[in-house]
Ligand binder design. Structure first.
Ligand code: FAD
Ligand code: THG
Length: 822
């Protein structure tokens, strides 16, 4: 027996894949437990029609899907395949959807999946049932297809069992046993099983199982309608299970697959039907399966009408059967993977589709066995990514239902959720509203994207604010105003305040704080009080966990500027164990504090008169901080700027926030101070070349290829990931590169494919914005090292056009840092 004792709860596609992948990696001290009978224990996998459309905006999700396709293609049960690779076809019946299909084709290609937008004739060839008059085009992905979920369970469970994994069916886990905050086993209907690691793959029962260790999962089981027609005349005599591509008609919330001479029809257009976890029936009480509820015919009427319209050949058929089947939705449409931060050894792999199941099995196995996942970047799937409010039961249900409703909607990358809002507001909210802030949402925070009060700045004639004009559509002009351009340029010429409250702030304190941060950070942070350091947190494989700033406010007190909850989780997990004096504490101070960035060449004119301390260039140098008073307001001032201008981040407690705003506002009047929003902020930071974690770099990237190797010190005391990172130094094969768009006014959105002149896909865009100071669209992109040389001519796929772009020397703005150091 190798590896720790593992119990996997749930033998649906996810649990089965994990058991298989763990055993592939040599862990066989594993027990797979399910309350139902195998291979159809009665969860969502037992009745999923198994459509696998790989394309999404998320690189990770598409890669998880591609791995699933590849793996299931290689599996069979007694010669019967686990995957029918019939291809996928998403059809457009409106011009907006056709444009969207081009965007989706771009995502697929960016993530390495061959995809093509085809004309109506080709759509009809692929799917002859379609009504020629309605179809404007389609997205064809030849490698998509049908997963045979039950067979996939069977194949993977059999393989795992062959490698020594124990399989217990008809065995219900009644409780998860813990001692001193760590898992020790599970209590089942057949007795206790000891375990060092328990993985919850319980699907729609996830909340119940997680609840056994007091963990909240932001997951809602919802019913979703699936129906089967009787014989469709046009399919009569079909002896293959499926020949033609799986089909999506997103305009009407519908999808289709063949089943011999019948069609299965899935529908998302009905009212959301959330089901409380306590309402799910037990294996023995359920009429069919616990995850299947009776079909509500009236909710399907519209689906059938739309089907008869798009696929006229179905008019002669009838709906013969249907179910309202349950599966999990989350608050942000991403799965829930990882270990509880409260109970060691309790892991979850929840809210995973069949589409991503084998990929998730692989990812979880790597994470468990190797301590990190090297095949996929899981930062957006991590179960510890959530803020407290994300776990409110009302929020969980409301977001789950809304995500069901919007599942096929065309969404702009900046489109905020509509409800519940506002949720989190900074102390500046009142003032921001008075200035006509146009608010978007991030991490629950209301954040102005621009201020209508600045409309008058737009017409200053020396400024060039092109309206994004990437014919033939205007996506880049959504959630945009020329005011964004005015605020950006005004910041470079004068001075502006930016609300930085949403930036996660952690306090690391105690006598062991300096030593702890030294062990976690790539740069030297054990410096004088008042020092501020830009540094990285690395994983054990040298991949970037985050880039942070560390400000030493006292001998034993540090303030960390972080990127999100995962940083808090990462630091907390690495706190010294067996540390007798409990010498380090990490605390999230974001909610009780706030921050304004005061930036621009006139920033000092605004600030200096408000304080008795010396804020001259030498009085408080670049990347130094100090505690002071601005009028009556106690602040921590850190001299740095993500927008690349002279100035300070000014922190105070939430109660003093509005006073801070008013104090600066009054002092700034004579210097022309404005408030500026996130639109300008993003443009300025890209001109300055500052990377943003989660967009430009993630767990899968190392510091060297990302261009932040300067923050890794080889000669400092050991830190997490040091050896691995140094080994990766000479192996750079790709680079985060700066592209500028050569066509005037052109702007892209992010996640687009980058093409070489010969038309092959060579990379993908991470962040993009128009650079108002430099007068060109900017797109950061991952490119092969040999194509990252300045001057290289490339093309960016933007909907159905290819925009010329050129690799540029970076940063585009103020490379000598004269602004910041002035
Ligand atoms: P499940 O298959 O539900 O497995 C969880 C298992 O845990 C169950 O077998 C259950 O018995 C067991 N369990 C729970 N609690 C306990 C306990 N206490 N003790 C022991 N065992 C326990 N996805 C796609 O990718 N493509 C599709 O086309 C698609 N169509 C769908 C159509 C319908 C109608 C539905 C309902 C879902 C569809 N899905 C589809 C979603 C997909 O089916 C699910 O996301 C997926 O099957 C979930 O797999 P799982 O292994 O996490 O959960
Ligand atoms: N402010 C603070 N903390 C932060 C951010 C911030 N933490 C998260 C995120 N943003 C970190 N990102 C950056 C990126 C670049 C810089 C600061 C934070 C920066 N870089 C200098 C440079 O590259 O020129 C560093 C120079 C140096 O190391 O001396 O300023 O916005 N508080």
């Amino acid at each position: 027996m190798a590896g720790p004792q593992v119990v996997i709860i749930g033998a649906g596609v996810v649990g089965a894949a994990l058991a298989d992948e763990l055993s592939i990696k040599g862990w066989d001290n594993v027990t797979l437990v399910d309350q139902g009978p195998l291979p159809e224990p009665g969860g969502s996998s037992s009745h999923a029609p198994g459509l696998v459309f790989q394309t999404t905006a998320s690189k990770t999700m598409t890669e998880l899907a591609s791995y699933t396709v590849e793996k299931l293609c290689s599996l069979d049960v007694e010669g019967e395949p686990c995957f029918l690779q019939v291809g996928g076809l998403e059809v457009a019946t409106t011009p907006a959807r056709l444009a969207e299909l081009h965007r989706r084709a771009g995502w697929a290609r960016a993530w390495g999946v061959a995809a093509e937008v085809v004309d109506p004739d080709r759509c009809l060839e692929l799917a002859p049932l379609l009504d020629r008059d309605q179809v404007l085009g389609g997205l064809h992905v030849p490698t998509d297809g049908l997963a045979k979920a039950v067979r996939a369970v069977q194949a993977q469970v059999t393989r795992a069992a062959g490698r020594g994994v124990r399989v217990l069916e008809r065995t219900e886990v009644l409780d998860v046993l813990t001692e001193d905050g760590r898992v020790t086993g599970v209590a089942t209907s057949a007795g206790e099983l000891p375990a060092e690691i328990v993985v919850c793959c319980a699907g729609i029962w996830g909340q119940k199982v997680a609840g056994m260790v007091g963990m909240t999962l932001p997951l809602t089981p919802l019913a979703h309608q699936l129906a089967w027609t009787g014989q469709v005349p046009a399919l009569a005599g079909q002896t293959e299970e499926a020949l033609r591509p799986i089909l999506r008609h997103q305009e009407a919330d519908l999808y289709y697959r063949e089943h011999f001479d019948q069609l299965a029809i899935g529908y998302y257009g009905h009212r959301p039907m959330p089901v409380g976890v306590t309402e799910i029936l037990g294996v023995d009480d359920a009429e069919v399966m616990p995850s299947v509820q009776p079909f509500t015919e009236e909710d399907f009427a519209e689906a059938w009408r739309e089907t008869n319209s798009l696929l006229p050949g179905t008019a002669g058929a009838k709906i013969e059967e249907g179910i309202n089947g349950l599966f999990s939705f989350t608050t942000d449409d991403m799965p829930l993977l990882g270990e509880s931060n409260q109970v060691k050894g309790f892991w979850v792999a929840e809210a995973v589709w069949v589409t991503h199941s084998a990929g998730v099995g692989r990812a979880m196995a790597e994470w468990l066995v190797d301590g990190h996942c090297s095949s996929f970047d899981l930062h957006a799937c991590d179960v510890n990514r959530f803020e407290q409010h994300h776990l409110a039961p009302d929020y969980v249900v409301a977001r789950g239902c809304q995500n069901f409703v919007e599942i096929y909607d065309i969404k702009h990358p900046l489109q905020p959720m509509e409800d519940p809002r506002p949720l989190r507001t900074s102390p500046f909210y009142q003032r921001q509203r008075e200035l006509g802030g146009f608010f978007l949402e991030a991490g629950g925070w209301e954040r102005p994207h621009w201020y209508e009060a600045n409309a008058g700045l737009v017409d200053r004639d020396n400024w060039d604010i092109p309206v994004p004009n990437n014919d033939p559509n205007d996506w880049a002009a959504q959630y945009w105003s020329p005011i964004v351009g005015a605020e950006a340029q005004y910041t470079r010429e004068a001075v502006a305040i930016y609300d930085m409250t949403a930036l996660k702030r952690l306090e690391v304190s105690g006598p062991g704080a300096a030593a702890f941060l030294t062990r976690m950070c790539t740069s030297t942070v054990d410096k004088s009080v008042g020092s501020v350091t830009y540094t990285l947190l690395l994983d054990s494989d040298g991949g970037i966990r985050s880039d942070i700033t560390v400000a030493r406010l006292g001998r034993d007190q540090f303030q960390v500027g972080a990127n999100g909850n995962l940083d808090l989780d990462w630091l907390t997990r690495h706190l010294p164990t067996g540390d007798a004096d409990g010498s380090v504490a990490v605390r999230d101070i974001t909610p009780g504090t706030c921050c304004l960035g005061l930036w621009g060449p006139r920033a000092r004119d605004v600030l200096q008169p408000l304080t008795r301390d010396d804020f001259s260039a030498d009085g408080l140098k670049y990347f130094r901080g100090r505690q002071t008073y601005l009028g009556n307001v106690p602040v921590t001032a850190l001299r740095l700027s993500y927008v690349g201008e002279l100035g300070w981040e000014l922190y105070t407690t939430a109660d003093m926030g509005q006073k801070l705003w008013d104090t600066l506002w009054a002092a700034g009047a004579e210097h022309g101070l404005i408030a500026a929003g996130r639109g300008a902020f993003n443009s300025l930071r890209l001109e300055k070349g500052y990377r943003s974690f989660g967009a430009d770099m993630t767990f899968e990237h190392d510091p060297w290829e990302t261009g932040v190797g300067f923050a890794v010190k080889a000669d400092k005391p050991e830190f997490v990931g040091q050896q691995a990172a140094l080994r990766r130094r000479d192996r750079v094969t790709r680079r985060l590169s700066c592209l500028t768009l050569t066509r005037p006014g052109a702007t892209v959105l992010g996640n687009e494919p980058v093409y070489s002149p010969d038309g092959s896909v060579v990379g993908y865009v991470t962040s993009a914005a128009y650079g108002y100071t430099i007068g060109a669209g900017i797109a950061y992109a991952w490119l092969p090292a040999e194509l990252s040389t300045p001057g290289t001519e490339l093309r960016i796929g933007y909907f159905d056009s290819r925009l010329p772009a050129r690799v540029a020397e970076e940063p585009l703005f103020d490379p000598k840092m004269t602004r910041l150091r002035s």
